[in-house]
Design a protein around this ligand. Structure first.
Ligand code: ADP
Length: 508
């Protein structure tokens, strides 16, 4: 991993360096090419100007010599040059402001405006002038220009001007050094600007790289890493969009994961509950069975004792009833977990059902000298009538069981509208009984939980009644709670939907 990162780093530096060097070389090439073209142009221009001025000088010298030749005695051109060469050369030198040397037609020195005869060998150049051509000889900073002199078609000799190239050369050198200086400055500035530009680009690429790393490590972007109106800007937008898609995809995955974890936890809880349920029920079944076995033994041993027989029969029947109640409730509880669909909710009047529940418990209440009262109203409820009857009778039965002699039990109902606008039907069972200690108020809804084992046994309790009531309430979008309890009694409250609820199909 490090190795890959390292090679990427190298690549980055390499790219930066390469682009900078490439830009510098390109710039240098352009500067050198430009200066070469300009300098060559200057040279050409200087040459052209020099040739123009020499040829003007040559034609005015030709005019002067010709005039002299024609106005003088009739002699041959060579004789003319021999006699007049020196004076003409001085004359022409004064006119042109340059050193002038004259040669006769056969190439012999005829005169010069210089103090001494120039020593330069000009034979080859004179061979050209004798053919009517011009010739140049360059000697360091000096240039010699030779041109033929004619009288009509008659070749009179040659004139030689001594020019100096020093001024031109100085101008040329000055321009060249200007080019070198400016070129170097342009190159340095170009290099710097190029480097800064490349550095800026690589800084932006670095930002994109960092954004990609952040996404890889799960830190998603809340804005594009760079904002530009070019291809890099488009790439940054693309990375930002990609980050958004990955983020929502990961969120979805996490949500699914969370659901799975919750389902697994629920399954584990169910498994645990099941194990506990089986353990508890085995224990609870054993107690009445042991009693029954013990009394049936006694029956065999003391069959002639009528008091004992009577007692044994009563106990056996009591324990058998307890066993029956226990098995019935256990079956109901366990079937509810498995057969969820067995609730058949309907929209019906709750008052008759509550009255019926009350009447079922009337005899039991009378036996225990408990007075039953009710405050019932006409109201529509959405529930399974059988299940609701189970819940109400269980709560009424408990209110009677855990009461005091001469106590009372009151059943009432009312309608409440919640903040969401949903109407709920509230059924209240209040008693003047022994109450439930504060810390156990929620635990009494756990299967097999009893506040006092002795009292439960005495009253035939199984610890399953309230667990069943809560299970039934939840299956119908309802709740059941102990809202008040103390030494003066308890109040249990059932809350159920007042209007029909669309039952969603259970997920497998
Ligand atoms: P049981 O079959 O033992 O009555 P329940 O599940 O119906 O089982 O009740 C659990 C425990 O809650 C009971 O053992 C009892 O101690 C307590 N309990 C239930 N109803 C009342 C009540 N109205 N007053 C006081 N205690 C109660």
């Amino acid at each position: 991993m490090n190795r890959v990162a390292g090679s990427r780093q190298k690549l980055k530096i390499g790219l930066k360096g390469k682009i900078t060097v490439f830009l510098a070389l390109l710039l240098a090439f352009v500067v050198v090419l430009l200066s070469m073209l300009v300098l060559a142009g200057i040279r050409e221009d200087q040459q052209r100007r020099m040739e123009q001025s020499f040829s003007q000088l040559a034609s005015s010298a030709n005019l002067r010599v010709r005039e002299e030749y024609l106005t003088g005695e009739r002699v041959s051109p060579d004789e003319f040059m021999e006699h007049n060469g020196q004076s003409l050369a001085v004359d022409l030198g004064g006119q042109s402001g340059m050193a002038v040397t004259l040669y006769s037609a056969d190439g012999v020195f005829a005169g010069t405006s210089l103090p001494v005869q120039p020593l330069t060998d000009v034979k080859e150049a004179l061979a050209h002038t004798s053919k009517g051509q011009e010739a140049y000889i360059t000697l360091g900073n000096q240039v010699l220009y030779l041109a033929p002199l004619y009288n009509a078609d008659q070749f009179l000799g040659s004139v030689q001007f001594h020019g100096s190239l020093q001024e031109q050369e100085m101008f040329y050198r000055h321009i060249r050094s200007l080019f070198i200086g400016t070129g170097a400055a342009v190159l340095a500035v170009g290099l710097l600007l190029g480097y800064l530009y490349v550095w800026r680009q690589s800084f932006i690429l670095g930002k994109l790289n960092q954004a990609a790393k952040d996404i890889g490590e799960g830190r998603y972007l809340d804005k594009p890493p760079v904002r530009r109106r070019d291809e890099i800007g488009e790439l940054a937008e693309g990375i930002y969009d990609m980050s958004g898609s990955i983020s929502s995809y990961v969120d979805e995955l996490n949500e699914e994961k969370q659901k799975l974890l919750t389902a697994i936890k629920r399954l584990q809880e169910l498994e645990q509950q099941q194990k506990q349920f089986i353990g508890n029920i085995s224990h609870e079944l054993k107690t009445p069975l042991t009693s029954i076995l013990a009394y049936s033994d006694l029956l065999g041993m003391y069959s002639d004792d009528p008091v004992l027989l009577q007692n044994a029969r009563t106990q056996i029947s009591k324990e058998a009833e307890r066993l029956y109640a226990l098995i019935e409730k256990a079956l109901q509880l366990s079937s509810m977990d498995i057969y969820d669909f067995e609730t058949h909710a309907a929209h019906f009047q709750v008052k008759p059902l509550l009255e019926e529940g009350l009447s079922r418990l009337r005899i039991k209440a009378e036996k225990q000298r408990i007075s039953l009262s009710a405050n019932l109203k006409e109201d529509l409820v959405w529930a399974d009538p059988d299940n609701l009857m189970h819940m109400v009778t269980n709560l009424l039965s408990n209110a009677i069981k855990y009461n005091r002699p001469g106590g009372w039990v009151r059943l009432s109902n009312r309608s409440e509208t919640e903040a969401t606008g949903e109407r709920r039907v509230i059924i209240e069972v209040a008693d003047s009984g022994i109450g439930v200690p504060e810390e156990l108020r929620n635990r009494i809804f756990d299967p097999f939980f009893t506040v006092s084992d002795d009292r439960s046994r005495e009253t035939g309790g199984t610890g399953l009644g309230l667990a069943l009531v809560r299970s039934l309430a939840e299956k119908q979008h309802g709740t059941v709670n102990l809202v008040e309890s103390g030494p003066k009694g308890s109040t249990f409250v059932i809350s159920l939907p007042g209007e029909p609820i669309a039952i969603e199909p259970q997920e497998e």
